[in-house]
Design a protein around this ligand. Sequence first.
Ligand SMILES: [Zn+2]
Length: 192
Amino acid sequence: MEEIKTGDFVVPGDFLATAEEFVPGDGAYEEDSKIYSSCTGVVLVDVRTKHISVFSSALGPPALKSGDVVVGRVEDVRDQSANIYIGVLRGREDRELPLPNTGTIHVSQVHTSYVKEMHRQFKPGDIVRARVLNARRGPVQLSTASDDLGVIVAACSRCHTLLEREDSKLRCSECGNVEFRKLASDYRQGAL
Ligand SMILES: [Zn+2]
């Protein structure tokens, strides 16, 4: 059985975890030392408090819509896509989403021009601003194909110092490493 993760969609009666590992929170109940979902919604696994909860869509976060601009962290980068952990929804008072949300940027949506090397555009840990293309099915489809979208904060992949912008590239003031990203026009200017 696959492990249930934050963001998974479940229906009533779905197995979430064993009672040895977790305590049932909102939207979950325990039966025979197993925890099940009592509603239809999205799982939140809190590894610190060991609670596993399900937020039903009625009580859930504001739904992302296409056109929304979000800020997230790059989790991993593959040949064709990058996975993004969405933390902040912009434009609606920049408030944080109550739940983490997962998004993905496909290689065709990185730039207005053709992109060959996904690993040259994003690296894990980068903070990116992106626009929602399609939020109807998870993971949320995102795009950075606009000047104001892309990486807004990036750290050196050798020494983790924040990188300084130098025209179209980034340079590490600590170790001199030069890196590339799909940058937002206001890279490291403090705005989300
Ligand atoms: Zn460095």
